[in-house]
Design a protein. Structure first.
Length: 429
């Protein structure tokens, strides 16, 4: 499947943002730790979530889809702690099932995670955390195995700020016998959301959203009803869409506080950004100013917005420097943008982007999820037709991306062959 688009229309109007994928993945894992019904609302209908639900279903959790965005899970009849299938191997967050099952059953076996190919992505900090609370871990035959006679709780100092390790240790430690302290914890909104959800199930977690998280283990977690926070990165992507296409977009159903790093960069680039209670309006300008940016853990500028920023800088005045400090291999989209006439030089973890007058349509391939979305934004801002192939990456994390963009006036379609692409070209003229 590909997206084909004709660039040039400014994105304009309102778009409703879905639930946060990365929070949802942790929350689905947390839900299996109870033996009662757990109702989860505002679940995004994206591929990664559906893979996670399949994995959860495959171990015996009762999964009842109430509607597209609401699910009821019941983990009272889990029959195995062995989680493996070809899809879970391709995603990252399957590893949350290690923390969840280890906490609940003191044993878990989960396929070594894949995920977007944006760097080496080790999981040593997760394993260090599990060891600190009393588990023994090993990697055998492509599976991560975690085992504990007793989970005692303990003190974990993370060597680097890791969202995944923070959430994973939080999950397991919630049902440990003792107290756990996670230092140098990640502060991302989805870490806080998973902690809130666990607390609503009876966990005792304090300090989520700060560097130090304290968890007092409890004996059991009970059922709950929980609604997932809006997706910061989906919202940020549409905000950058407004900037790139010189449009006027209001992202709705969001938490403006989560968007501060993104909003402030857009303002620095000359956009008008207006905050409301649960929405933000971004008005583009004829020519963006360039800026420098370094990706950092929250509340810094998110690495998951780095490619969208890269695309925007291509059409800005002057030269901007991007420093990627989280993942070493996150500039794969640069060679694609170059096909559109962009001027970007990459040197290690730095990209130097010199703005050009215009981008022109080209045939592109999405290298990963966020880069794929950034290429679509570039295509919508470019002259002529652009195709973006390998959109299964984009579908991992964006719900109805093309439909939401069409709602804002974009000319974009999903096509499966060249005949359909040709039809689009003729129609779009
Ligand atoms: C999560 C997000 C991803 C986002 C990233 C950073 C999910 C499913 N994915 O990924 O979209 O880009 O946060 O905001 O939520 N590291 C180690 N050892 C570890 C763990 C991490 O060296 O055990 C390194 C990583 O290679 C990376 C950095 O720490 O350089 C941050 O990684 P981490 O925050 O763990 O990212 P993920 O949880 O995988």
């Amino acid at each position: 499947m590909k997206y084909i688009m004709k660039g040039g229309n400014p994105l304009a109007g309102e778009v409703v943002i879905s639930g946060a994928k990365n929070a949802a993945l942790g929350i689905l894992a947390a839900a299996v730790m109870a033996d009662d019904d757990v109702v989860i609302d505002n679940l995004p209908d994206v591929r990664d979530i559906n893979v996670m639900l399949d994995a959860i279903d495959s171990i015996g959790v009762l999964v009842k889809r109430v509607n597209r965005h609401k699910v009821i899970l019941n983990g009272s009849n889990i029959r195995t702690v062995h989680v493996d299938n070809e899809f879970i191997r391709r995603m990252r967050a399957g590893y949350y099932l290690i923390g969840a099952l280890l906490g609940k059953y003191r044993h878990a076996e989960v396929a070594v995670p894949g995920g977007c190919n944006i760097g080496s992505r080790p999981i040593d900090q997760h394993l260090k955390g599990f060891a600190a609370i009393g588990a023994h871990t090993s990697v055998e035959y492509g599976m991560i195995i975690a085992d504990a006679k007793r989970l005692t709780g303990g003190h974990v100092y993370l060597d680097m700020v890791s969202v995944g390790a923070t959430i994973n240790v939080m999950l397991a430690a919630s049902l440990a016998e003792g107290r756990t302290i996670i230092e140098n914890a990640a502060k991302e909104p989805h870490v806080v959301d998973v902690a809130n959800m666990l607390n609503s199930m009876g966990a005792d977690i304090k300090g989520a959203g700060t560097d130090v998280i304290r968890i007092r283990g409890v004996q059991r977690l009970h059922g709950t009803e929980y609604s997932i926070i809006p997706d910061q990165i989906e919202a940020g992507t549409f905000m950058f869409g407004a900037a790139l296409t010189r449009g006027d977009v209001t992202v709705k159903n969001i938490i403006p506080k989560h968007m501060e790093a993104i909003s402030s960069k857009l303002m620095e680039m000359g956009c008008e950004v207006v905050e409301f209670d649960d929405s933000i309006r971004v008005v583009g300008r004829p020519r963006l100013h360039s800026c420098n940016v370094k990706t950092l853990p929250y509340p810094g500028f998110p690495t998951d917005m780095q490619p969208q920023m890269g695309a925007a800088l291509c059409l800005a005045d002057g030269t901007g420097i991007i420093t990627e400090s989280i993942y070493e291999d996150r500039f794969k989209y640069v060679s694609e943008l170059t096909k559109m006439g962009a001027q970007i030089k990459v040197e290690g973890d730095v990209a130097v982007v010199t703005g050009v007058e215009r981008l022109t349509g080209a045939e592109l391939v999405a290298p990963d999820l966020r880069a794929g979305a950034a290429l679509v934004l570039a295509g919508l801002a470019a002259d002529g037709f652009t195709t973006v192939d390998e959109i299964q990456y984009i579908q991992r994390g964006y719900e109805e991306f093309d439909k939401k963009l069409r709602g804002l006036g974009a000319e974009i379609e999903m096509v499966s062959d060249s005949r359909e692409a040709q039809k689009f070209r003729l129609k779009a003229g």
